[in-house]
Design a protein around this ligand. Structure first.
Ligand code: GLU
Length: 314
């Protein structure tokens, strides 16, 4: 049997400059396909066009080049089809397909109502949608539509989605009690990440998804959507997050650790070397290029547990 060529992707949301956590994700996803002769795509997840200006997307490309991470398709050279903000027509088509296959209903709940203290909370802090708008009658729906535009929510079936994550191991989620009905389209008409990312991974032929552990809980929803669409679901690798010395997760707010600052202080090999050591790929935090890491890469070396920021950055 012919083995399928691996196809991976980096799918950043350009709402700011890349930080070290994003670099780790780009590096590991790139190494995973490059070490097996696969194809690497760059997809810009700028659904929220206001928060994700083109200037940041361009800077991400520049930062990736500086790091020595290349891609085969996508990014600005690939044209607008690689920017989610330009793919609305495609999402629309798949949204209509879902309307035939599942139950999608208007949801008028405000953010405050959804996050009220009385709302059911899951052990990881997520709020489980209580199903409030699922019960609305036709009359109530038209009455409420006059006051505000609704979001669109999809009703999940009584099904458990189980999968084996390449880093985190076995994971399963019972859709109604551990996920709940979720948003496919926001009230301003913008399609939700869950729908867009699934459609794109399916249509782009992505065979493996590498991303932060914080997105592990999105995966059951995405696998369920993949199956509804009839796509072959990719293999998932949810990588550890980078923590600062106080055990706080790094974010785009940590400007000290964004690539704008880091590029002024370190050569790319030093950044890559520190991250390679932190993620178990090398024995010493010595400078090394992304390309030199290809033969050293093995998913078995990457730990499950979150990583502390390498010393040179603290
Ligand atoms: N766009 C998401 C982010 O930057 C990543 C989504 C994904 O990899 O599925 O956090």
């Amino acid at each position: 049997m012919k083995m399928q060529t691996p196809c991976g992707r980096f799918a950043p949301s350009p709402s700011g400059r890349m930080h070290l956590g994003n670099v780790l994700c780009a590096l590991l996803s790139w190494l995973s396909v490059r070490s097996r002769g696969g194809k690497y795509l760059l997809r810009i997840e700028d659904l929220d066009a206001e928060r994700c200006p083109r200037s940041y997307a361009d800077l991400i490309e520049d930062d990736l080049r500086w790091l020595g991470i290349d891609w085969d398709e996508g990014g600005s050279a690939g044209g607008s089809q690689w920017y989610q903000s330009c793919r609305t027509n495609i999402y629309e088509k798949y949204y209509h397909f879902l309307q035939e296959k599942a139950e999608i209903y208007p949801c008028f709940c405000s953010r405050a109502a959804l996050h009220a203290a009385s709302a059911p909370h899951l052990s990881d802090g997520r709020v489980l949608y209580a199903g409030t708008c699922y019960e609305l009658s036709e009359e109530e729906i038209s009455e409420r539509r006059r006051k505000r535009a609704p979001a669109a929510r999809i009703h999940v079936p009584d099904e458990t989605i189980s999968f084996r994550d390449g880093v985190q191991g076995g994971y399963s989620e019972h859709l109604p009690t551990e996920c709940g009905d979720f948003i496919l389209r926001r009230s301003d008409g913008v399609f939700a990440y869950q729908l867009a990312a699934t459609v794109d991974d399916g249509l782009m032929g992505v065979t493996e998804v590498v991303r932060g552990r914080d997105l592990l809980e999105s995966t059951a929803r995405q696998i369920w959507l993949h199956r509804l669409f009839g796509f072959t679901e990719p293999v998932y690798y949810h990588i550890p997050l980078l923590m600062d010395s106080d055990g706080r997760r790094l974010s785009k707010r940590d400007e000290d650790l964004d690539l704008g600052r880091l590029r002024n202080c370190f050569p790319p090999e030093q950044v890559i070397g520190a991250l390679a050591f932190a993620s178990g790929l090398t024995d010493r935090p010595e400078p090394i290029s992304a390309r030199e890491l290809i033969p050293l890469f093995d998913w078995k070396k990457v730990p499950k547990k979150d990583l502390y920021l390498p010393k040179i950055f603290t």
